[in-house]
Design a protein around this ligand. Structure first.
Ligand code: AHG
Ligand code: MN
Ligand code: MN
Ligand code: MN
Length: 334
């Protein structure tokens, strides 16, 4: 009987791929994992410790914040700001980037995160998660400027998420495939359980919020209508639909058993081309999906190549099974 491969062992062995590595990144990832263990514990004990419900404040997105949004955001800031690995942090829940305390040396990385993804699900017992993206600070050793965060997704050195679902899982990639770890609460360690997760190029399962159908552009309406016509339609087979309302849960399902996820452009609010945020939702998830052999597009552009213009910029997201994403793109060409 042995522990299995812990996250620490896996990170250490991965670090050996880079002989010149200082170990800073390995320490950063381990510190981030501690915050995901803590957030998971708060989520699972939410009803017992009064952490459910609304905080009564709004965030920069114009959303009413849940108590767990703020608890999770603060948990990451305080698990990371003393480490000396970071030149700054940015989050869905903060208008502007967070400056590292003056007493702490500035590091060479930037951390961007969605501390609690799927907030609408916190009070109804449905899976939620944390999404993170790590960039290099253009100039190590000094405070990051706003502009330093506005790097295209191809510049990410790491992306991942924690899923607080039927178990607490950590899934991440540093560019060598996607690996998943399950928290063993009896020893407090994340153990490697999902090696080299991959997304099949074809699928018969899609994820979209159908209530927005009338707001979509024609190519997406056509694509989804064809799926719903099943064997009577041009696709000649039946499709299944799943929509959790937590991007982390939907993307995790796609990494586990395939599928396509769409939060497309909709005409609901002309100021918002889509609901999902580029820097701390679309980019990290697109990085993972591409590392797992899938594709990620706005419908007309590869998400990872978008030059960000704002910290909280939104983009349409179509990601998952490569052949299905390419079909949606082809419908946008007509
Ligand atoms: P967040 O809770 O971090 O604001 O993100 C919620 C996002 C994403 O997780 C999910 O896929 C999507 O919102 C669900 O949107 P709808 O509620 O419009 O379906
Ligand atoms: Mn989110
Ligand atoms: Mn969130
Ligand atoms: Mn939110």
């Amino acid at each position: 009987m042995h522990i299995g491969t812990t996250l620490t062992q896996f990170i250490t062995e991965e670090t050996r791929r880079h002989p010149q590595a200082s170990g800073d990144f390995a320490a950063l990832l381990n510190d981030l994992a501690v915050s995901c263990k803590f957030i998971g514990a708060q989520v699972y004990r939410g009803a017992l410790v009064g952490a459910l419900g609304s905080a009564g404040t709004d965030n920069v997105q114009g959303e009413v914040q849940k108590k767990l949004d703020i608890i999770s955001n603060d948990a990451i800031l305080h698990a990371m700001d003393w480490t000396g690995h970071l030149a700054g942090m940015a989050s869905e829940e903060m208008d502007d980037p967070y400056s590292i305390p003056n007493s702490v040396p500035r590091g060479k990385y930037l951390l961007l995160f969605d501390p609690l993804d799927g907030s609408s699900n916190t009070d109804v017992g449905i899976s939620v998660g944390t999404i993170f993206s790590i960039l290099r600070a253009p100039v190590a050793g000094r405070d990051a400027s706003m502009k330093d965060f506005l790097q295209p997704g191809v510049e990410q050195v790491c992306a991942g998420y924690a899923l607080y679902g039927s178990s607490n899982m950590l899934v991440y990639s540093t560019g060598h495939g996607v690996n998943g770890f399950t928290l063993d609460p009896s020893i407090g360690e994340y153990i490697l359980t999902h090696k080299q997760m991959t997304i099949p190029e074809d699928t018969s399962e899609y994820a979209i919020n159908m209530s927005n159908h009338r707001h979509w552009q024609k190519p997406v309406q056509r694509y989804i209508d064809e799926l719903n016509q099943g064997t009577e339609g041009p696709r000649g087979r039946n499709f299944n639909m799943r929509w959790v309302g937590s991007m982390v849960a939907d993307v995790h399902r796609i990494l586990c058993r395939g599928g396509i996820f769409l939060y497309p452009f909709d005409q609901k609010d002309p100021k918002k081309p889509g609901k999902l945020r580029l820097l701390y939702e679309a980019n990290p998830m697109s990085y993972l999906v591409e590392q797992a052999g899938g594709a990620a597009s706005t419908g007309t552009a590869r998400i990872l190549e978008i030059q960000p213009e704002g910290l909280h910029q939104r983009v349409p997201v179509i990601l998952g099974a490569k052949n299905e994403v390419e079909r949606v793109l082809s419908y946008h060409q007509h």
